[in-house]
Design a protein around this ligand. Sequence first.
Ligand SMILES: Cc1cc2nc3c(=O)[nH]c(=O)nc-3n(C[C@H](O)[C@H](O)[C@H](O)COP(=O)(O)O)c2cc1C
Length: 206
Amino acid sequence: MTPPAAAIATLFDLRRSTRKLDPATFPPALIADLAAATHSVPSAFNAQPWHVVVLQGRNAAFWDRIEEAFAARLVGDRRARYLARAAGMRRGGMTLLIFEDFARAAPRDGLTDAEARDQASQSLGMVQLALWLTITAHGLSASLQHWHAIVGAGIEDVALDFVGLPSDGYRLVSFMPVGERAEPLPPREEAVGQFSAETAASASKR
Ligand SMILES: Cc1cc2nc3c(=O)[nH]c(=O)nc-3n(C[C@H](O)[C@H](O)[C@H](O)COP(=O)(O)O)c2cc1C
């Protein structure tokens, strides 16, 4: 295996979802490396339809707002469960907010609205993985969260308002709490997605 192949295989293997974090010391190069990842990752038409905000100094204030929204809008077990999850994520000390920029995701080159939305989603997936692998490469842990879709509770409005983005120009795609892993690593689940590859020899026999 070449060194770059070994490096990326290691990175893919090390990247896991970590939902319970301890405070981390963030390496000085991390922010520049995250920015570089968003510049070099591919996107449809090179439109880069994202707006990424890294919260560090205001991380606690952001999570206070999330917890206020849960306390106000959720009840019973669900409220207790999500407040406990938030407590495990805010401790890391850094949160990435990933927004879609509607203007840059708009249809181009005759694409329908649905095709443009699909291509923008694929581009947003690329940037999220690039950010996650960069975090992993710095020895830190993260997870990808979509509480605004799963729980609602006004989380998207909280995130947009917190960073001053208008809801008619942007939507929250996901957020990534970052820190040190504070939970055991579960074994990887069995692969269920299909993958097959032809060799040149097997293809010529067809
Ligand atoms: C598009 C997408 C959405 C996800 N949404 C969530 C989420 O809302 N909450 C969460 O805890 N994990 C979420 N995950 C993480 C997956 O559950 C996780 O990647 C998968 O179970 C494999 O585990 P691993 O990341 O440890 O390899 C999401 C992953 C992807 C790619």
